[in-house]
Write a protein that binds this ligand. Structure first.
Ligand SMILES: *Cc1c(COP(=O)(O)O)cnc(C)c1O
Length: 376
């Protein structure tokens, strides 16, 4: 089937090199590559392979279904489930050899039962998650030891890990991360003194791993940095983020070009009359592909011919309109870069995020499945 002239190009060499650089940066801690949500829109299977090639030891996903996709493609690396799986999913967790996170007695019981009914010979490693202040999921700090002891009471299970998650590690001035580190450190010390410390203690996401070295412990769970994107603009210059390479670019080809008279407006709403006679290029990619609708009115730009060109009107479901001014050299078939580099110019996911009031994570995850991923 002919593919549409709009695609997301994913540089797997960049993913591999980013993984390798993160591995070197956090050593002796090891790298868990976070590839939930289809690898932040890059494609989970391809990213998993590239990250493992770069030296990642673990993979992490949000859903059992996401773990199943990895196993179906023959990826046998350890896979951590970042949330406690629903009880009904525990049989699949065991069959697929995924490592569940656990923070309820119910989840613990369901995991033990699934192992028993599978007749497994080895105990299933589980990672207990403690809530040190983000209050999303996790067992409370005061209940962490008792939960760890409960794991020990199930011969079907063993404690493989103990972990927490940061709420504001991407805001470098916020002292709350240090407080979370202290709470977590105290819990880890208690386990250690009782001989209960598991092999894998972990706390850090990308921001924690890079901006708070003491949070690295045995493993760091890096997502956004693996893709070459900073967790927040405030962290853009933290080592080694400037040396990481952005893996994804969003590209398309001009489908139609016309001259439009000054005073005319284009696209739904006809909101912004052109100040002069202009070349307006149509590009076949729209909000159904993940180009935010709000970019139309908030100063969105794309690159054509190595130059930044403003959107001329509203983003539509399948197409955008680009104001190329008096440049009559733009032709159907010309390459358009929506995210990424062209010549010396670059548009980043954070550029889109700041124009539309969101974060780069949402921009990347928002590039929809109908955009073909092309791996280079
Ligand atoms: C998504 C996620 C990560 C990865 O975060 P990044 O900021 O992308 O590095 C790590 N840990 C948990 C629990 C997550 O949900």
């Amino acid at each position: 089937m002919a593919s549409r002239p709009a695609w997301a190009e994913v540089d797997l060499g960049a993913i591999r090199d980013n993984a390798a650089l993160l591995v070197r940066t956090v050593a002796p801690a090891r790298l868990c590559a976070v590839i939930k949500a289809s690898g932040y829109g890059h494609g989970a299977v391809a990213v998993a392979r590239a990250a493992l090639e770069g030296g990642a030891s673990w993979l992490a996903v949000a859903l059992v279904e996401e773990g199943a996709v990895l196993r179906a493609h023959g990826i046998d690396a350890p896979v951590l489930l970042l949330s406690e799986p629903p009880g009904e999913a525990m049989d699949d967790v065991v069959a697929l050899g995924l490592t569940p996170t656990i923070y309820t007695r119910r989840g613990l019981g369901a995991a033990a039962k699934a192992v028993a009914s599978a007749g497994a010979l080895q105990p299933l490693p589980v990672h207990v998650k403690v809530d040190t202040g983000m209050h999303r999921v996790g067992v409370g700090v005061d209940d962490a030891l008792s939960m760890v002891r409960s794991v020990g009471q199930h011969p079907e299970l063993r404690l493989g890990g103990f972990w927490t998650h940061f709420a504001v590690a991407d805001e470098p001035g916020d002292p709350f991360t240090a407080l979370q580190c202290d709470r977590f450190g105290a819990a880890v010390e208690e386990l250690t003194s009782l001989g209960l410390r598991p092999a894998l203690v972990h706390a850090a996401n990308s921001a924690g791993a890079l901006a708070h070295p003491r949070s690295r412990y045995d493993l760091v769970r890096c997502g956004i940095s693996l893709y070459g994107v900073a967790p927040s603009p405030a962290l853009a210059s933290v080592t080694p983020l400037p040396s990481l390479r952005v893996a994804l670019s969003l590209r398309a080809r001009v489908s139609f070009v016309k001259r439009v008279a000054g005073g005319e407006a284009v696209s739904y709403g006809l909101r912004r009359p052109l100040s002069r006679r202009s070349t307006v290029a149509t590009v076949p990619v729209g909000y159904a592909d993940g180009v935010p609708w709000r970019l139309g009115a908030s100063g969105g730009e794309v690159l054509i011919g190595g130059r930044r060109r403003p959107l001329a009107g509203a983003v539509t479901m399948d197409q955008i309109l680009v104001d190329c001014g008096d440049d009559s050299g733009v032709r159907p078939g010309d390459e358009v870069v929506l995210l990424g580099r062209q010549g010396t110019e670059q548009v980043t996911a954070w550029d889109w995020a700041s124009l539309t009031g969101t974060i780069a994570y949402e921009i990347l995850c928002g590039i929809s499945p109908r955009v073909p991923r092309v791996y280079v």
